[in-house]
Design a protein around this ligand. Structure first.
Ligand SMILES: CC(=O)SCCNC(=O)CCNC(=O)[C@H](O)C(C)(C)COP(=O)(O)OP(=O)(O)OC[C@H]1O[C@@H](n2cnc3c(N)ncnc32)[C@H](O)[C@@H]1OP(=O)(O)O
Length: 311
């Protein structure tokens, strides 16, 4: 059995830093934005140079300032990275994923396409995607062992530029339907996160299981899930399959929604709809639904007829 790791060792292994160390991300030719969190996983810790540049013979004197790098250039098709602008421009012009995105199409509407990319098959692509994700998420990381993960990546239909993704652990003991989700900063707040969450539940429903995300959730993760779960519950209870039920139980909601009981309870409490002995109050739920509209397509981002999940 291996030695138990201390907190410091774990932080180094998972790339955790207490402050940002890369100032800007250049993502594609036209998108530049700040990182949200620090990550040492791109670097050689001695030289603070990008890992692949390390020269073991020369240990440079490292200046101890906050930013280790001003700009990290990241290919917006395959997530390979460099600190050299010319190299980056040359790579992006010829990136193999520019002409053809990886993976298998699992959802294709006239607007968005979701592709499944297997970690075991596209290892480097997935590892580089995980490294990129760490810059915007501080509570989850995994970079190198991508073999038993699948990545569901959203594109505009007819485009090969990824806009966001979620990962799924194929050997999750809790049978989670989502390990980690990120909408890339330039594409946030366009309902892509919602589309991906909805899709993750379609996957677990096709497997016939009640499921949910791996915990802990980040603050944005929690907001997004509570909004999504609220919509599902409000819709099912007022317009959908449970609309004409007499006395409802939490189990009824779980069966129809594919959600876990603990997530249903959390959401009903958030909506102020859960009484003592788990009685469900319908009036506040109905009022809530008015915010969203009553038609399925007004409420949800995913259009069921475009699903290509084959079980
Ligand atoms: C299990 C886990 O992985 S937890 C980690 C979650 N991931 C992260 O924290 C990484 C960084 N954050 C992100 O990538 C994004 O913020 C995500 C993935 C959480 C959400 O992605 P987006 O594409 O921006 O979400 P989307 O536009 O669908 O919004 C979903 C809902 O959350 C709300 N929301 C999203 N971001 C914000 C925000 N910054 N402030 C307030 N509300 C927000 C939206 O208003 C929307 O609600 P609505 O349906 O009532 O309109």
């Amino acid at each position: 059995m291996g030695k138990r790791m201390g907190k410091g060792e774990k932080d180094i292994l998972y790339g955790i830093l207490s402050e940002r160390n890369i100032k800007h991300i250049q993502f594609g030719i036209d998108k530049r934005f700040p990182s949200w969190y620090g990550s040492n996983a791109y670097f050689n810790l001695e030289t603070r140079l990008l890992g692949f540049k390390e020269d073991q013979r020369v240990v440079k004197k490292v200046e101890r300032c906050q930013f280790w790098l001003d700009t990290l250039y990241i290919c917006e098709y395959c997530f390979k990275y460099t600190d050299d602008e010319e190299q980056y421009i040359a790579h992006e012009a010829n990136c193999k994923y520019k002409g053809r995105a990886p993976g298998k199409i699992m959802y294709k509407s006239p607007t968005y396409t979701i592709r499944r990319v297997k970690g075991s098959k596209h290892q480097l692509f997935c590892q580089c995607l995980c490294l990129f994700t760490k810059l915007f998420l501080d509570n989850k990381s995994m970079y190198f062992k991508v073999d038993h993960y699948e990545f569901y990546i959203v594109y505009e239909t007819e485009s090969t530029k990824p806009m966001g993704f979620f990962s799924k652990d194929l050997v999750s003991y809790q049978q989670n339907n989502l390990a980690c989700i990120l909408t890339f900063p330039p594409y946030q707040r366009r309902r892509l996160g919602s589309l991906l969450l909805e899709f993750s539940y379609e996957l677990s429903k096709s497997e016939g299981i009640l499921s949910g995300p791996e915990l802990p959730l980040s603050p944005f993760g929690l907001i997004s899930y509570l909004k999504y779960w609220s919509k599902v519950i409000c819709y099912e209870l007022t317009t959908g399959e449970l609309a004409n039920f007499g006395r409802l139980t939490l189990e009824d909601i779980a069966t129809v929604s594919g959600m876990r009981i603990q997530d249903i309870i959390l959401t009903l409490k958030y909506l102020n709809c859960l009484g003592e002995s788990n009685d469900i109050y319908l009036t506040p739920l109905k009022n809530n639904l008015k915010k969203y509209g009553s038609k399925r397509n007004d409420i949800f981002s995913l259009e069921e007829e475009y699903l290509l999940i084959d079980g």
